[in-house]
Design a protein around this ligand. Structure first.
Ligand code: AMP
Length: 147
């Protein structure tokens, strides 16, 4: 890739390509996992951010750990979904990024995660950066190079 195209990607910031918080489906940390599963199934996303009541980032929650939490001896004990809280099942160690994180650093984060949560300096949730958004920019840049 030419240095001009590399510069194009290096010049992009997370804030240029992220999905803003108001357009992101999320769940509250104190909700039962039943509610989280509803959000996940209805939205079609496999994982969404978990926030507290102040809109601070706490983690992410996915369908598979929710379903694993209600596996019984012979069946899914779905009646337990209302007793288990999101906090007990969510992932707490996902890396976060900032709005001014550069493109190439963000790209490395989404190699291992389908999306990265974007937070401000006080950990307030401001949006997500998806693999799709990163791939779109890489594709655009490669297309510029070919034309
Ligand atoms: P994508 O790269 O578009 O396939 O998105 C990767 C992942 O990001 C999805 O599987 C979801 O877990 C999450 N995601 C994307 N868009 C949203 C959204 N608007 N609200 C919540 N989660 C989202």
């Amino acid at each position: 890739m030419s240095s001009i195209l590399k510069q194009r990607l290096e010049g992009l910031k997370v804030s240029d390509i992220m999905i803003p918080a108001e357009k992101v489906a999320h769940v509250q940390i104190g909700n039962p996992v039943e509610h989280a599963l509803l959000v996940l199934v209805e939205s079609g996303y496999s994982s969404v951010p978990v926030l507290d009541l102040d809109y601070k980032y706490k983690g992410t929650i996915a369908k598979t750990p929710i379903l694993k939490s209600v596996i019984g001896m012979e069946r899914f004990e779905m009646e337990r979904l209302s007793d288990i809280k999101v906090e007990g099942v969510m992932h707490k160690d996902q890396p976060t990024i900032k709005q001014d994180t550069d493109f190439l650093t963000a790209l490395k984060v989404v190699i291992d995660h389908a999306f990265a949560c974007v937070v401000d300096n006080e950990n307030f949730f401001v949006g997500i950066l998806t693999r799709r958004a990163i791939l779109k920019e890489v594709n655009k840049t490669l297309y510029i190079e070919q034309s």
